[in-house]
Design a protein around this ligand. Structure first.
Ligand SMILES: NC(=O)c1ccc[n+]([C@@H]2O[C@H](COP(=O)([O-])OP(=O)(O)OC[C@H]3O[C@@H](n4cnc5c(N)ncnc54)[C@H](O)[C@@H]3O)[C@@H](O)[C@H]2O)c1
Length: 458
């Protein structure tokens, strides 16, 4: 791709002028350029819904995220919760306490799928149940919101894509950042040439507190009497009842997908949305178990490097991801895109755009040096410190999680489409899952993102 800095800068500035209608300029915090405000509010407008548009939902997997997803779904006007399924008595009792005795509860998800009064289900079980319940739900005529990662292994993806195609149901994966104002703005800025030619992206997650690194509390009454263990392990290796394997499932490869499936997948989803990418073609991971020797089968420090090939949507670029569960700084998540003319730091609620400026130098000492060296000033540009423009969601913004749920419900009502469908979800999950394969095999993995197939190298 030919670089043309001045043209892309002009293109970006022109685009900026035409898009400021969608974003309101706020107070100018850093006046880098007199004519360009350095702070904008991002706004979101929601369409009203009709009186006959009620959507009845059920929740399958009523733990932390399922409960959160349902709380958010019930904020969307016209959504009603009818039923909840979970394998642990305590979660079903909590669901009734939270949402009322009228909701139907069961430990058997097929009882949910058989009900005619349910239009759509949220699936928030551990990862090893996503594929089977999603496929069964769509074939039972239900729309599906399935938590990330869409599948537990690369081999499981095509069945979900097939079920979505065959049934025509609205299927959305739950990497909620994809629907956020921050991701939308980053997508628009990249397209407008704001950072020039993309060449590098990086992201990380830093955690430290035991609960953040998957040492969840185990309820006092946890036992084979209160937990349907037989069902839990019915699609993986059979083992005797183990509370840790049930309540701290992320630490075990039979049920969870490690740091990459849990966290990298969010960054892949956002990155692919922002860049319109289908994914990397080379994946390499390394890491280790450095601290949390609590019986977990997965590393607590993981690094991934990824090569993205040139496509019609973007130039070739490299991605570096890392996740550290023993990070003394803790609590940070980060996504940055770097281009030939600047960079963007992206969150769900904001984008900070930094753009370097090059000008002909007017420094007399520098000019004198050039003169002595026999060079003219016009051929030598000086890079100035970056100008910075911040785009922040306006106060009261309902957030990426709301927008993601709202997009799903709106698509159900309008027979419409969602961005993070089965193909998108698979393209985000596959490189994350291949990180695990790379880590355990100590070898790079090769992937054809367009055709969604593994490539075997001799
Ligand atoms: N999008 C996000 O930001 C986000 C955040 C956290 C978790 N998640 C995802 O949500 C899912 C759930 O994670 P969590 O943290 O809520 O876990 P959790 O352990 O808190 O909840 C899982 C629940 O599923 C139930 N369950 C297990 N197997 C079941 C089955 N076959 N049928 C019905 N219920 C079953 C368990 O009893 C438990 O209550 C995971 O896939 C995770 O990756 C997404």
């Amino acid at each position: 791709m030919k670089e043309n800095s001045e043209a892309s800068r002009r293109g970006f500035l022109k685009k900026l002028a035409t898009t400021t209608a969608a974003v309101a300029a706020g107070s100018s915090l850093l006046a880098a350029d007199k004519n360009t405000p350095s702070f904008y509010y991002l706004k979101k407008e929601y369409k009203p819904f009709g009186p006959n548009d009620q959507v009845n939902i059920a929740l399958i997997g009523a733990g932390g995220m399922g409960t959160q997803d349902t709380i958010v779904a019930l904020q969307v006007p016209g959504v009603k919760l009818v039923a909840v399924c979970d394998l642990y008595d305590g979660r079903l009792a909590d669901a009734k306490k939270r949402w009322g005795n009228d909701i139907f509860t069961t430990k058997v998800y097929k009882e949910i799928l058989n009900r005619k009064d349910i239009d759509a289900v949220i699936i928030a079980t551990p990862d090893h149940w996503h594929q089977q319940i999603s496929v069964d739900a769509m074939h039972a005529g239900k729309h599906v919101y399935c938590e990330k990662p869409m599948v537990h292994s690369v081999a499981e993806g095509p069945a979900v894509i097939k079920a979505q195609k065959e049934t025509g149901k609205v299927f959305q994966v739950g990497s909620q950042g994809v629907s956020s104002l921050g991701n939308e703005k980053a997508h628009e800025l990249l397209k407008s040439g704001a950072i020039g030619q993309l060449n590098y992206a990086e992201g990380f997650w830093a955690r430290r507190a035991p609960i953040e690194v998957w040492q969840y509390p185990i309820p006092d009454d946890a036992s084979p009497q209160t937990v349907d263990w037989e069902t839990y392990v019915s699609n993986v290796q059979k083992r005797p009842y183990d509370s840790k394997r049930f309540f701290r499932w992320r630490n075990y490869t039979d049920y969870g997908t490690g740091m990459a499936g849990d966290l990298f997948v969010h960054l892949f989803s956002s990155l692919h949305f922002i860049t319109d990418s289908m994914g990397p073609n080379k994946i390499y991971a390394s890491g280790g178990l450095r601290y949390w020797n609590d019986g977990r089968e997965v590393p607590d420090v993981l690094l991934g490097t990824f090569d993205y090939g040139k496509t019609a949507a973007h130039p070739a670029f490299n991605l570096s991801l890392r996740c550290n569960f023993v990070d003394g700084t803790s609590g940070t998540t980060y996504l940055k895109l770097v281009g030939s003319e600047g960079s963007m730091d992206i969150t769900w609620d904001s984008v900070t755009l930094k753009r370097n400026k090059t000008i002909a130098s007017d420094d007399p000492f520098y000019l004198e040096k050039l003169r002595k060296a026999g060079q003219s000033n016009s051929s030598r540009k000086q890079i100035l410190p970056p100008e910075e423009i911040t785009y922040n969601a306006e106060k009261g913004y309902l957030g990426g999680p709301y927008d993601h749920m709202n997009n799903w419900i709106t698509a159900i009502r309008n027979n419409g489409k969602v961005t993070e469908d089965a193909v998108f979800g698979y393209r985000a999950a596959a490189p994350a899952l291949l990180c695990n394969d790379s880590y355990y095999k100590n070898s790079p993995m090769f992937w054809d993102p367009e055709n969604m197939k593994m490539i075997k190298k001799a």
